[in-house]
Design a protein around this ligand. Structure first.
Ligand code: NAP
Length: 310
């Protein structure tokens, strides 16, 4: 049987993914007609990205799943026309990218690298940097990305505290959950990493109140979503010294407007949403595997829980 797979993530991404997808379909012995346009009632699966012009899923009556190329689904999860199952992207290369980004920035703050990068001639004030076991790192979100990051940081010996919605038990990580757990996690986090999805429950989670719970001078690394943090409260916390630094990869408006206060703030590092990108070769395999599973009547992987929002 030939399956029609609609690539609805735009032409530039199609050019990047076409060969990898064709190879992955072949590897899974899938007979696929990969198209960028087709009569909606003929489409079996949709490959999707938030930038897609496709917003009305109603005519796709035969579609068995919408496969998102991004890990975050906040721009599609509330679409009322989407009645088909929605899968998010869990790509090993994306995860690896996030691990490298977070470890790099955690080590920057842990080792106080900025002092040496910006040292001037004559600056010679040796301060013994603490060892990882003397540093607590909090990670909000213990999903595909947060858990991988926590485990990688654990190899350095950091005192890792993670927070999720549901209780967890992970060797080497002190796991917290729920509102009380959030306070416990924040109160220890000398470096805080936010890897939560943006949902009704997590929007503005870091506000004036919760930022105050952090140890004074803590560093924040946010590669999750801009909406997790109240921007005004964040700047106030940086100005007062409650926060020592914020490394931000994601923003409420992207690209971050040139006149946004984050660009000019001495204690903010802006990176242009590059912490972790989906890589065509590995992502194509994930998509092909999911289509193969669905075609064989097996449950889809990485299914989004629509009411929960992630
Ligand atoms: P995931 O596997 O769905 O994990 C989400 C984690 O957040 C889970 O541990 C979940 O708890 C926790 N969580 C959700 N709502 C919560 C709440 N209300 N209270 C406490 N914990 C809550 O997601 P992921 O793949 O790790 O990705 C996380 C986010 O990273 C994405 O949604 C996206 O926004 C962002 N991201 C950014 C980039 C970038 O380049 N900057 C790239 C990819 C992804 P449970 O385990 O209990 O469900």
């Amino acid at each position: 049987m030939t399956l029609t797979v609609l690539f609805a993530a735009g032409q530039p991404l199609f050019d990047a993914y076409k060969t990898a997808l064709e190879q992955a379909f072949q590897d899974h012995a899938l007979n696929v007609r990969l198209v960028t346009d087709a009569p909606p009632e003929q489409v079996d699966y949709i490959i999707y990205a938030p930038s897609s012009p496709l917003q009305d899923f109603t005519p796709y009556t035969a579609c068995k799943a919408v496969l998102n190329l991004w890990a975050g689904v906040e721009k599609i999860v509330d679409n009322p026309t989407l009645t088909q199952p929605l899968c998010r992207m869990v790509d090993p290369a994306l995860t690896q990218g996030m691990v490298e980004y977070v470890c790099g920035h955690v080590l920057r703050h842990h080792l106080g690298m900025d002092a040496h990068i910006h040292a001037r001639p004559g600056d010679w004030q040796p301060v013994e940097p603490p060892l990882a076991q003397e540093r607590s790192v909090g990670i909000l979100g213990l999903g595909a990305l947060g858990l991988a990051v926590a485990q990688a940081l654990g190899h350095f010996g950091f005192d890792i505290h993670g927070w999720a919605r549901s209780p967890k038990s992970v060797p080497g990580i002190t796991c917290h959950h729920g509102p009380k757990g959030l306070e416990a996690c924040l109160s220890r986090a000398q470096i805080l990493v936010t890897l939560l999805p943006l949902t009704r429950d997590t929007e503005n989670l870091l506000d004036a109140r919760t930022l105050q719970i952090l140890p004074k001078g803590a560093a924040l690394i946010n590669p999750g979503r801009g909406g997790l943090v109240d921007d005004t409260a964040l700047i106030a916390a940086l100005d007062s010294g409650q926060l020592g630094h914020a490394t931000l990869d994601v923003f409420r408006t992207e690209p971050l407007p040139a006149d946004h206060a984050f660009w000019a703030h001495a204690r903010v590092t802006v990176t242009p949403h590059i912490a972790a990108t989906t890589r065509p070769k590995t992502a194509a395999r994930v998509i092909a595997e999911n289509i193969a599973r669905s075609a064989q009547g097996q449950p889809l992987l990485h299914l989004v829980d629509r009411p929960r929002g992630y």
